[in-house]
Design a protein around this ligand. Structure first.
Ligand SMILES: O=C(O)CCC(=O)C(=O)O
Ligand SMILES: [Fe+2]
Length: 349
């Protein structure tokens, strides 16, 4: 092995990001540097000092438990396949990732609150539009409250990643106004026989980065050697850390300097909840490697954020696959296949 060969990571770095709110640029840069190191070496990091209040997390958990505890037919009233903009309840078996086998999980998808008269909504832009709200007390308020807090954190983290990439701190700000960023409530049901079926198959996330909370182990991250490294929930000084991972878009932007690391949720016998918020830029944002990262060796094509996300959804959701098959929906021209980024790509090659 040559000296330049990176050592395969065996754990996920922890970064306290409290100083991202510091008045001192030097302090902010220190945090940004650590975030950048983790994004380059691992593509995953835990963040503490994020400031999301514990009571908002508690309310999010309570609302999710209440929703998923309902009978299937009740939940199917909010079936994602009936939504105009890809929001709502995703029953078990609806999504199929890398393994080719349906995941053992159910979910509820909540999008950015786009006003009905927003130009993107009026134009019928895929993924942008009204949310479906179950008729449960406090559900809407608790979920939106958490969404807003994590979304604000996302803006802060984006400023840190900008600093880490030697860009102006506000570089990404104007690109995030009404994005197709969704918060997923995921429920992995109790599975006594934990049959050989992944909770969620191996994949990279499509967006810029993801911010995730979970309540049980099960998440695994692929390292350079193709080994799976555990990313269990982490509590430090009474604070639940969030797991942040780099998505396809930041990998393209940095031509692979930041890596969209492949991950999966292994089959687990205990009930598990997780809450990722996939932080994206606006639908029509075009992403290609920044000049300082662009080199001959890397071949990253220009991508539209929205088209990339929509084309991935068209290929992984049962109801959308059916629409493509019967001609009701078409893959965007620049559609990429599923699982074409990051460590998964390297591993496949
Ligand atoms: O449940 C988890 O911990 C991970 C979920 C995930 O990777 C995803 O939804 O993209
Ligand atoms: Fe993921």
């Amino acid at each position: 092995m040559s000296d330049t060969q990176p050592i395969a990571f065996t754990s996920i770095p922890v970064v306290n990001i409290a100083d991202l709110w510091s008045d001192s640029l030097t302090d902010r840069k220190k945090v940004a540097f650590e975030m950048g190191q983790a994004a380059s070496a691992v593509g995953f990091l835990y963040v503490t000092g994020h400031g999301i209040p514990a009571d908002k997390i508690k309310a999010l958990r309570e609302a999710s438990r209440q929703f998923f505890a309902q009978p299937l037919e009740q939940k199917m009233q909010y079936y994602i396949g009936a939504s105009k903009s890809h929001k709502g309840f995703v029953p078990e078996g609806e999504e199929i990732y890398g393994s080719g086998k349906p995941d053992k999980k159910e979910a509820f998808d909540v999008g950015f609150q786009a006003p009905d008269d927003h130009p993107l909504v009026l134009k019928g832009t895929p993924l942008i539009g009204a949310n479906e709200w179950p008729d449960l007390p406090q559900f809407r308020a608790s979920i939106l409250d958490y969404y807003e807090s994590v979304f604000a954190l996302g803006r802060k983290l984006f400023s840190g990643f900008a600093l880490a990439l030697n860009l102006p701190e506000d570089h990404f700000e104007s690109m995030v106004t009404c994005p197709p960023s969704k918060l997923r409530l995921i429920h992995y049901p109790f599975n006594a026989d934990a049959e050989d079926r992944p909770g969620i198959g191996a994949h990279t996330d499509y967006e810029c980065f993801t911010m995730l909370l979970s309540d049980q182990p099960g998440l695994e991250v692929m390292n350079e050697k193709g080994d799976w490294v555990d990313a269990p929930p982490l509590v430090e000084n009474g604070e639940e850390a969030l797991v942040i991972n780099i998505g396809d878009m930041l990998e393209v932007l940095t031509a692979g300097q930041f890596i969209a690391t492949s991950h999966r949720v292994r089959k687990v016998s205990q009930e598990r909840y997780s809450f990722p918020l996939f932080f994206a830029c606006d639908y029509h944002t075009l992403i290609k490697p920044l000049p300082q990262f662009d080199s001959q060796e890397q071949s990253y094509k220009e991508l539209s954020i929205g088209e990339h996300m929509y084309s991935q959804a068209l290929q992984t959701y049962r109801y959308l696959r059916e629409k493509v098959a019967n001609g009701e929906a078409a893959l965007p021209e620049r559609a990429t296949g599923v699982a074409t980024f990051g460590h998964l790509k390297k591993h496949k090659n």
